[in-house]
Design a protein around this ligand. Sequence first.
Ligand code: AMP
Length: 325
Amino acid sequence: MRPTGKLHLGHLVGALENWATLQDQYECFYFVADWHALTSEYADTTALVENSYDNVADWIAAGLDPERSTLFIQSLVPEHAELFLLLSMVVPIPWLERVPTYKEQREQLSEKDLSTLGFLAYPLLQTADVAMYDATFVPVGEDQVPHLELSREVVRRFNNFYQQAVPLLTEPQPLLTTFARLPGLDNRKMSKSYRNAIDLSDDAEAVRKKVMSMYTDPKRIRADIPGTVEGNPVFLYHDAFNSNVEEVEDLKARYRQGKVGDVEVKKKLVVALNGVLEPMRQRRAEVLAKPGRVREILFEGSARARLVARETMERVREAVRVRYR
Ligand code: AMP
């Protein structure tokens, strides 16, 4: 995850909840992709370190366990840069140019100059990130699948050149996160620049205020007019966060009949959301109450990751025959 700002509910349902569950089944490596943040945010790096620590406090709040998983910072394992460099020698530039997100994001983020080598090559840096740990699976959304396809092609090409008797790098497979993207409070794409997200670190009052100002069915100007549930962000949020299914079904039925006001629907959403966020707030406060604890977790995790990375690079240098004794 790139440390480009505060984490919000989208990060929880689209990534963190899944990451926490995967810990029961797999040996997991989760990292703050600070170099990846630079690929688009290179012009202003002032908040990078602060965001990194803040985001990881949220990871822990969401149930990531530094005892069971390796939580680390990409740039504290500089071997990622070395593997990226060696991979870059065998990767034709058109392979990177045809990654769909490359064109899309350059168009979407047109206010930034993304005609940089770093931005073009970021899926290759991702390849180094996962190949470093012989990752068999990477938990990603649909939009990242082409990146993993590229990763497999790159690994295959690299192995073709350099692999001898022993396998060199592992081809990673996607472990698809199926959750559809959570819209912003105003039903637009959730984005920092639109200020339309509920952050995981928002307090109960902030959540209340944000929910009460949420966009609903614009055609429903009075509570006794039948409303539309489908595509209505208040109900999408109920579906995502209100575990009281009966209550949600009752609200939907009454909304469709024009028998419930937006205020009641929203108040119940506030209760549901704060029910989800409150235990997270407590865990967040606990870890932040110990000064330097998040930093310590990340330094320890990075040292652990680095042991694996060093071994991988020994093997890679040997295979590429750039190893001096
Ligand atoms: P980003 O910070 O936008 O790079 O997002 C990092 C990851 O968080 C994404 O790859 C998704 O898995 C997840 N994510 C972010 N925003 C949302 C959202 N609105 N809905 C669902 N998942 C999201």
